[in-house]
Design a protein around this ligand. Structure first.
Ligand code: BG6
Length: 485
């Protein structure tokens, strides 16, 4: 296989966390619009809540009845909808080579099952991506980054229902036909394994309403796998030059000790939390190791004639992952725990953690890149990576964030080492390039960007953008990267 000699450096965001424009331009209500900041929320419990999926039946019902008086941070994001020209020009000033963002399904089909798309929504995304094109920035578009039209959940049951496949096909077809001229790469799903750990975000399942949540999760996932395979098939026909990929949240997994039992545990944790999802989408079939796991959880995935053939045919052209931390595996009781994105994990005594407890492990990025390339032999995109931190906006408009610079430098250095190892790296898009609302805690003060947005947790602020020190550092790093290749 011919190897590329360079990779693209860029930034990433998601519609539901940055776009705003709530109800504007014909947008329908999305599942992420229903999540609100709980007034009884305790910052000390933030990660604990995150692990148990902060969304519940009570919140679902309350939000549907009262979509107005409570503060819903994701409805506003950072109003990228109104700031996109300014934001893209900041990205261009940094020399960003690629921008990953998502399209909100409810902006294209407000209810999800509409016969015709919302022209204003299509126009909006076309304008955004065209603006990127003007600046020479490539576009990686995610079709579903957790949010789908609420109507698909209330009327059909969301991903759990097989009916959603036809609606998704219609959505993907419109995206390819109408936005194919301004998009370069496609991802049908953000972090497809999120369904397992955060059922509302990943599968639009309401905790507390399922008698066997695992059954509902894996049935929903089966439908998502079929949608992904259809997206690949449709892409081949409608946008043949635009690769379609698959993405997971990657938890690099180490055995806690060299005890054989710990090593076996690490193999299984890796299979159940990470490999299964990419194995189906990149290899085209359910791996045999899942039989044990499904038996354990009493899960019976209903499959129909033709499903296996569709999965076999619809394998992806690249694999992508988000990377924020590494996990430790052991069946030893009482091993200290810490948080990670989507899961609680065990502590690694050799690593420091972020303010939110996520273990910082740049070498783990190189480990995962090597593992993924060995396993799939497909080009790889690091679709998210970054440091959530409290930043201080100074009176002169500066933000000094040496911790973020150190984090980015350490991870980017490992990327270069992985490329030297022989990994076929297509792109790296750092997470939250422009500050956005965090997905777990739903706050603004867990900031990821190299651009600061003046907005607080309660939604107050001017939305003015300020360049952090890391903005200049990333600009120089990209320049150096381009000169070297
Ligand atoms: C990833 C998601 O899991 O983690 C993003 O794809 C999310 O949407 C990111 O923002 C960081 O998590 P958080 O909770 O710090 O925003």
């Amino acid at each position: 296989m011919a190897m590329r000699n360079t990779y693209l450096l860029g930034g990433a965001t998601a519609a539901s966390q940055s776009e705003g424009g709530f109800g504007e331009g014909g947008k329908g209500l999305s599942t992420q619009d229903l999540r609100y900041l709980d007034p009884t929320w305790d910052p000390e419990q933030i990660e604990e809540k995150h692990q148990h999926d902060p969304f519940s039946k009570r919140e679902f019902d309350a939000a549907l009845k009262d979509p107005g008086t409570t503060y819903y941070p994701l409805r506003r994001g950072v109003e990228f909808y109104h700031h996109y020209k300014e934001d893209i020009s900041l990205m261009a000033e940094m020399g960003l080579q690629i921008f990953r963002t998502s399209i909100s399904w409810s902006r294209i089909f407000p209810n999800g099952d509409d016969d015709t798309p919302n022209e204003a929504g299509i126009q909006y995304y076309h304008d955004v991506f065209e603006e990127c094109q003007k600046h020479g920035i490539k576009v990686l578009a995610t079709m579903v980054h957790y949010d789908i039209p609420v109507h698909l959940v209330t009327k059909y049951g969301g991903w759990k229902s097989r009916q959603i496949i036809a609606f998704f096909e219609r959505y993907a077809t419109v995206l390819y036909q109408r936005l194919g001229d301004v998009v370069d790469y496609w991802l049908p799903f953000n972090e497809i394994n999120a369904a397992k750990f955060s059922p509302w975000d990943g599968a639009c399942l309401i905790p507390g309403t399922e008698s066997n949540m695992d059954q509902a999760i894996f049935q929903s996932l089966h439908h998502q796998f079929l949608c992904s395979a259809r997206a690949v098939q449709l892409g081949r026909k409608l946008v043949p030059n635009e690769p379609v990929g698959a993405m997971i949240a990657r938890f690099t997994t180490y055995p806690a000790t060299c005890k054989p039992e710990d090593n076996m545990q690490a193999i299984q944790d890796d299979q159940y939390s990470n490999w299964f999802y990419l194995d189906v989408l990149a290899r085209g079939y359910y791996p045999t190791y899942m039989k044990r796991y499904f038996n354990l959880l009493n899960v019976h995935v209903h499959q129909e004639a033709g499903d296996a053939a569709l999965l076999r045919d619809g394998t992806v052209g690249f694999v992508a992952f988000s990377y924020y931390f590494s996990q430790v595996s052991t069946n030893q009781k009482n091993w200290a725990k810490t948080a990670g994105n989507l899961i609680m994990t065990k502590k690694n005594p050799y690593l420091k953690a972020s303010e939110w407890g996520w273990q910082i492990d740049p070498v783990g990025l190189r480990v995962s890149l090597n593992q993924l390339y060995d396993r799939y032999h497909l080009p790889i995109v690091v679709a998210e990576n970054g440091l959530g931190a409290h930043d201080q906006l100074e009176a002169d408009g500066s933000v000094h964030d040496p911790y973020r610079i150190a984090y980015l430098k350490a991870h980017l250095d490992q990327l270069d080492l992985a490329v030297a190892d022989g990994v076929d790296l297509l792109a790296y898009t750092m997470w939250g390039v422009i500050d956005l609302v965090s997905c777990g805690p739903l706050t603004m003060d867990k900031r990821y960007g190299v651009v600061y947005v003046d907005r607080d947790n309660a939604g107050h602020g001017s939305d003015k953008r300020y360049k952090k020190d890391s903005f200049y550092w990333y600009r120089d790093r990209i320049k150096q990267h381009c000169q070297q290749t």
